[in-house]
Design a protein around this ligand. Structure first.
Ligand SMILES: [Zn+2]
Length: 102
């Protein structure tokens, strides 16, 4: 997996290596979130909704996924919650504590 990514303005950023959630007060995290939405045209990649969008890790952090844009997609809140429900059924012991990135 690449250690850098390039945003919609051609600026190169380091892929965040934090273990937890992205934090919007950290510029490279905010840039990453903005880039994911821009790349996905501010549209949920599951249902096409443009409301209540959240960035989602396709491979979750706990399964070794990274914060690289290749591993991130735009989902709406309800699709994200539905996906989280599937994850939770597989890992009931973890509950939904890190379902949402923000
Ligand atoms: Zn959706």
């Amino acid at each position: 997996m690449d250690t850098h990514w390039i945003d919609q303005h051609g600026k190169q950023w380091k892929v965040p290596t934090i273990r937890g959630r992205l934090k919007m007060r950290i510029p490279c995290h905010a840039a990453l979130r903005a880039f994911i939405f821009w790349r996905d045209q501010y549209t949920c990649q599951h249902c096409g909704s443009q409301n209540m969008l959240v960035p989602d890790h396709m491979i979750s952090r706990r399964n070794g996924g990274t914060h690289h844009p290749d591993n991130l997609q735009t989902l709406c809140d309800s699709c994200n919650a539905r996906k989280a429900g599937l994850v939770d059924r597989k890992r009931p012991q973890r509950g939904g504590d890190d379902v949402s990135l923000y």
